[in-house]
Design a protein around this ligand. Sequence first.
Ligand code: ZN
Length: 171
Amino acid sequence: MAPFQIRVFGDPVLRQSAAEVGEVDDSLRRLADDMLATMYEAPGVGLAAPQVGIQKRFFVYDIGTGPGAVVNPRLSNHDGEWTYEEGCLSVPGLSWPIVRAERVHLDGWDLDGNRLSIDADELLARMFQHECDHLDGILLLERLDKRQRKQAMRALRQRTLGLPEGEPATR
Ligand code: ZN
C-alpha cells in the first residue's frame, strides 16, 4: 500500500500556499522516498508535498528518466506556448488540453542540499509548472478555459454527490 493517501479536490490543503523548507535533512529524504512510492503507485509523473497534506515547498517527480526531487523551487524565463493533455492525481480521472509555457528555467535545491539550475522544455517544463502551482495552492482547474472549467465543475459536482462513475445524476 502507498505510504500516503493523495488528497483530492475539495481538500482545503490543496488551496493553501506552502512554506519554504528550512533544512534538507533525513526526515525530508524519508518524506521524498514515501512520496515517490505514493506517486509510482498512483501512477503519476509528479507529486507535490501539499498533495499528501504537507505544507512545504517540495515536490518529487519522474517523467520516465529516473526519480528527482526539488526543494524550494523557483521558476523563471517562461518562454513559448505548448498545449498538452494534462491531468492531476488530486483531480483523478480527468484531463484537459492545457496551454502552458513550453520552456522554463527552474532553480532550487536537491536532497543533498546542492543547488539545482535546470533549463526544461516540453514534458519536464510542464511538470515543473504543474508542481510549482501546487506549492502556491493552485490546481490545474484554474488553468482551464471557461468552457473546460464548466465541464470540469459539472464532472466534479457529480463526483461529490457520491455517484458511481458514469452514472447519470438522478438525485
Ligand atoms: Zn497535480
